[in-house]
Design a protein around this ligand. Structure first.
Ligand SMILES: *Cc1c(COP(=O)(O)O)cnc(C)c1O
Length: 345
């Protein structure tokens, strides 16, 4: 069999949720957008609902609708993109709570679905999504009269605890929402949860930390990725390996070709900065990452295993991301559909 195996430790996801939950006094939601950061929104959502999570967050109404299908009635499902043109059925039938991002969205929502719950997303300086202060103050009393289910905003620099933007956004959020005490508030994702109590408000909404990623340094790793060896060949000193002859063997070498490449989210930029592992022994990636294959130097291995490990005990998703000049989020959400997925539940 040539499929690589992606093992997803659902118990670790649940433990990470409990660990993040224990950091704040309020409610802890769960962000499961982008199919649960590529790991499976349905399975993750069900496990976290069983563990006690009552609020879930997705990016689009379509994601919300399929999550509702899996979770059934009960948990709240919030939609970050709010109420867009064409979202009416999904929001109504899926009992979704759109986080309204503008006065336009607010009008659309209350006209199309009067009495249907909604939340408000505020822009406190990131300039990406949500109502800006002037817009918000113009509709605040009208919105408040309809009892939003949640008022939230998002931090731009929460992964850098000392960044002045954090305090700046906290202050902006307070000035936009202080006094609206009966409406629950949420500011913190994973990074904000780690910034301390001032950032917690009534609900935190971690995403990446659940999946074992930074900035939650104490996270339990969630993902293991094993790439089967298809072939091992002997290469004499001076011979090239892979596209563009980018690696020339400095000595007589054994090169293993494993199944997995950039079409599986093992992005090409990771290139020679990455390492595969045979048990505890590192096997450097040599040559270019191709669409379906990666080559690694296994010269120093005594015995040839069936597969080499890219992510797991020795190497986290963030280590791989570093090698590729990106972040763990991007590696996780790029993992692709070709793996045999094994869920440890
Ligand atoms: C993605 C996202 C989150 C979760 O962020 P993490 O850094 O993954 O914890 C929370 N809130 C909003 C608005 C988001 O877009």
């Amino acid at each position: 069999m040539t499929s690589a195996t992606l093992t997803i430790d659902i118990r670790a996801v649940v433990q990470n949720w409990h660990a993040l939950d224990s950091l704040s006094d309020g409610e802890t939601g769960a962000v499961v957008k982008a199919d649960g950061y590529g790991l499976g929104a349905g399975i993750v959502g069900r496990a976290l609902a069983t563990a006690g999570a009552r609020s879930f967050f997705v990016a689009t109404a379509g994601e919300g609708q399929s999550l509702r299908h899996t979770l059934g009635q009960g948990p709240d499902i919030y939609v970050f993109s709010g109420h867009m043109e064409g979202d009416l059925e999904a929001i109504r039938d899926g009992h979704l709570i759109p986080l309204l991002n503008s006065v336009d969205q607010m009008l659309r929502h209350v006209e199309a679905l009067p009495g249907h719950p909604f939340g408000i997303q505020l822009d406190t300086g990131m300039n990406r999504l949500g109502m800006e202060p002037s817009e918000w103050f113009a509709v605040r009393d009208i919105a408040f009269a309809q009892r939003p289910a949640l008022i939230m905003s998002h931090l731009a620099c929460a992964d850098e605890p000392d960044h002045p933007m954090n305090a700046h956004q906290l202050e902006a959020f307070r000035s936009m929402t202080d006094g609206l005490d009966e409406v629950p508030r949420s500011l913190a994702a994973t990074g904000g949860t780690l910034l301390g109590q001032a950032y917690h408000f009534d609900m935190t909404r971690p995403g990446v930390g659940l999946y074992g990623g930074l900035p939650f340094v104490d996270a339990r790793p969630v993902v293991t990725l094993d790439l089967p060896i298809i072939q091992v060949r002997e290469v004499t000193a001076g011979e090239p390996v892979g596209y563009g002859n980018s690696w020339i063997a400095p000595r007589d070498s054994h090169i293993a070709t494993v199944s997995g490449g950039y079409a599986d989210g093992l992005i090409r930029a990771m290139g020679a900065g990455a390492t595969l592992f045979a048990g505890d022994t590192p096997c450097p990636v040599v040559g270019r990452v191709s669409m379906d294959l990666i080559t690694a130097d296994v010269t120093d291995l005594g015995q040839m295993p069936d597969s080499l490990q890219l992510m797991g005990r020795h190497q986290s998703v963030d280590t791989i991301a570093d090698a590729a000049g990106t972040i763990g989020y991007e590696i996780l959400t790029s993992l692709g559909a070709r793996y045999d997925r094994v869920y440890d539940t």
